[in-house]
Structure formats: structure tokens, C-alpha cells
Ligand binder design. Structure first.
Ligand SMILES: C[S@@+](CC[C@H](N)C(=O)[O-])C[C@H]1O[C@@H](n2cnc3c(N)ncnc32)[C@H](O)[C@@H]1O
Length: 179
């Protein structure tokens, strides 16, 4: 994505946030509380990263991962403006380098439809998620069935748990049928 496209996306997301309110969305997810670790994969300019970092407090961590250097730059800027020191940043198109089973909650928001290698990324998310962790997905371009199909075909063993607020699909990590 060019710098121009990224900046256009930034303004579109700002407009979206005025209606969507990332903090309100995250409040619906059981388990986001002080001390937990969250991976915001495809974090973009960081609307959900910032909200999550405020919610998990100084004992928690939010890892913001994105393929675009401008996303990383914007996250650094926003975190420093807000005085948030619990955000770690990873520039990546797939592999996170995070330890196995180290993350409580993954946010995969408005990005799944964009992946060129969705299965590899889903497997990576499966690897880093704790055994009782959850993967949460919002996608405005894919139907629930399409999201489920991508997750199921990835050779990971996520199981659909529920849909929150008519928008957020929640998957749990299981060990069954892992390919
Ligand atoms: C539409 S934005 C959504 C940003 C954020 N999740 C939100 O909802 O505010 C999608 C972001 O995903 C990033 N992205 C696309 N493909 C990616 C990949 N393979 N790995 C990591 N990030 C990716 C893009 O650079 C972009 O910043």
C-alpha cells in the first residue's frame, strides 16, 4: 500500500471510529481486563491498539503488528502522545516472532479479507495464542461463513464460540483435528 493509500485509510478509519467507538467494541469482549496480553494483528493506525492498551493497564501488554511501516510510525506517535508504555510493536506480514502460547486475546479487525496468505497467518495466530485464549474477528467484507471457512481451512484448530454485538466472531483454541 502506498503512503497516499495508507493516509487515506487513516482518515477513513478515523471517520469509522466516530461511529464504531473501538473502546465500546472492546468492552463487549469478556476477558479484556487489567494484566492480560493482547495481539492486535493488522493494527493499522492503532484505534483498537490504543483502546486495548488503556484497558489492560500497566500490567498488561498490547502487541501491535502490521505490515506497513506507516502503521508502526503512527502507533509510536499515538502511544507516546497518550503516555502508553505497554505497547510493543512488530513490523510483519506474517510471522510475529512471539513465543508459543503467550497471548490471551487476539484482535483481527477489518483485515482478514486483505491477506494474501490467510492460512499461514491464521496458523501463526494459533501458535501464539494461549490454550484458553480467544481469537476475535471483525470483517466488513467477508460473511460469517467466509470467515469460518478461512479459519477452518487453515489447519489450525480454532472452534467458533459465539458472535458478540452482531459483529465480533469469537473463536477458541482447541487441540482437536489439528492438521
Ligand atoms: C483496514 S486496516 C485495519 C486496521 C485496524 N485493525 C483497525 O480496524 O483500525 C488493515 C491493516 O492491516 C494491515 N495488513 C494487511 N495485510 C497484512 C499482513 N499480511 N500482515 C500484517 N498486517 C497487514 C494493513 O497494512 C492495514 O494497516
Amino acid at each position: 500500500m502506498s503512503a497516499f493509500s495508507f493516509k487515506s485509510m487513516y482518515f477513513i478509519l478515523k471517520f469509522r471510529d466516530a461511529f464504531l467507538r473501538p473502546r465500546k467494541i472492546l468492552n463487549k469482549i469478556e476477558g479484556i481486563r487489567n494484566g492480560v496480553s493482547i495481539l492486535d494483528y493488522g493494527c493499522g493506525p492503532g484505534s483498537f491498539t490504543m483502546a486495548a492498551a488503556e484497558m489492560v493497564g500497566k500490567n498488561g501488554t498490547v502487541i501491535a503488528a502490521d505490515i506497513h511501516p506507516l502503521a508502526i510510525k503512527q502507533i509510536q506517535k499515538s502511544a507516546s502522545k497518550r503516555g502508553l508504555k505497554n505497547i510493543k510493536i512488530i513490523l510483519t506480514g506474517g510471522n510475529t516472532g512471539l513465543p508459543d502460547s503467550s497471548i490471551d486475546i487476539i484482535l483481527l479487525y477489518y483485515v482478514l479479507h486483505d491477506f494474501h496468505n490467510p492460512y499461514g497467518i491464521i496458523r501463526e495466530l494459533y501458535r501464539v495464542l494461549k490454550s484458553d485464549g480467544i481469537l476475535t474477528v471483525i470483517d466488513h467484507k467477508l460473511s460469517d461463513e467466509e470467515v469460518n471457512a478461512l479459519i477452518n481451512k487453515s489447519s489450525s484448530a480454532f472452534e467458533f464460540r459465539n458472535k458478540i454485538n452482531g459483529k465480533i466472531l469469537v473463536f477458541v483454541k482447541t487441540t482437536a483435528n489439528q492438521g
